[in-house]
Design a protein around this ligand. Structure first.
Ligand code: MN
Length: 280
């Protein structure tokens, strides 16, 4: 099994070495990670400048490369340079990625990038308010990898470890609470400035990732990239019928040449850097 290890904390984070060391027990490991921290970068890709992919010496002998880009860039370049990657492990992030974090997290973005490329992705995160005890975490990483690596139907999984795990639970995403808040302040000249910051929130719904980690369970959440709200789609088609009937009657027609060309040109322009990696 070929295991690509990435993260958003950067290639010198202790979390990525802990993960790489455990991953070695499951297959061939290569690390490709940002040269500096890229936390909260979400799924950004670097499309307006070229990227470097440089070998980096590692203490535990794992082949490693650093990239001057985002976590998603690292996965794209890693998969481009290493054929037939089976799975991308991202982490172990120093800081939990619960609930709404799936939107901001660079750790999760690396796993989602794997899924976009047709690979399997696993994001792993641990509490960061105090430095995690990586040796204590290793048996739990091992147990999680035993589950998620052995089942190829798990395409994208978000893992969160509590401080002292007592077991593993399958969970869903906690989305009802959002912990982002704007806090105003003044600079030394008295001008208004703002922090967009995360504030602790209380309470959680049973069965969610946050609920599990608050009770010392390691949380495993299967995710998907298709965000279509199926129930709402069906309801909208009934409540506000558009031109579906006409489109259905014409569906054997080929695409309109101009319209199709416009879409192709637009997508080519939008992601120049992603082209070669996508085709590998
Ligand atoms: Mn991070």
């Amino acid at each position: 099994m070929r295991i690509l290890v990435a993260n958003d904390d950067g290639i010198y984070s202790p979390g990525i070495w802990t993960l790489a060391e455990v991953a070695k027990e499951f297959g061939d490991v290569r690390v490709v990670a940002p040269d500096v921290e890229q936390s909260s970068m979400g799924h950004a890709i670097t499309a307006s400048r070229p990227l470097a992919y440089r070998p980096t010496n590692l203490k535990n002998g794992v082949e490693a490369y650093r990239v001057n880009g985002t976590p998603a860039d690292c996965v794209a370049l890693g998969a481009y340079h290493w054929e037939k990657v089976d799975v991308v492990l991202s982490g172990v992030n120093i800081g939990l990625n619960l609930g709404n974090s799936i939107w901001h997290s660079g750790t999760l973005a690396a796993a989602k990038q794997a899924a976009l490329l047709g690979l399997r992705g696993v994001a792993l995160s641990a509490p960061g308010s105090r430095e995690p005890d990586y040796e204590n975490l290793k048996p739990w990483i091992r147990r999680v990898l035993e589950v998620v690596l052995s089942d190829s139907t798990l395409r994208l999984t978000n893992i969160n470890f509590p401080r002292d795990p007592r077991g593993l639970l399958w969970t869903r995403v906690s989305v009802r609470q959002y912990d982002g808040q704007v806090v105003p302040m003044k600079d030394p000249m008295g001008r208004e400035l703002y922090w967009f910051t995360v504030v602790p929130i209380r309470g959680s719904e049973e069965g969610t990732d946050r609920w599990a980690v608050e009770r010392s369970w390691t949380s495993l959440t299967p995710l998907r990239l298709d965000l279509t709200d199926e129930a709402m789609l069906a309801a909208a088609r009934t409540k506000h019928p558009l031109d579906e009937r006409v489109a259905a009657a014409l569906r054997s027609e080929p695409p309109a040449p101009d319209a199709e060309k416009t879409v192709r040109e637009d997508e080519a322009k939008a992601e120049p850097g992603a082209g070669p990696a996508m085709s590998s």
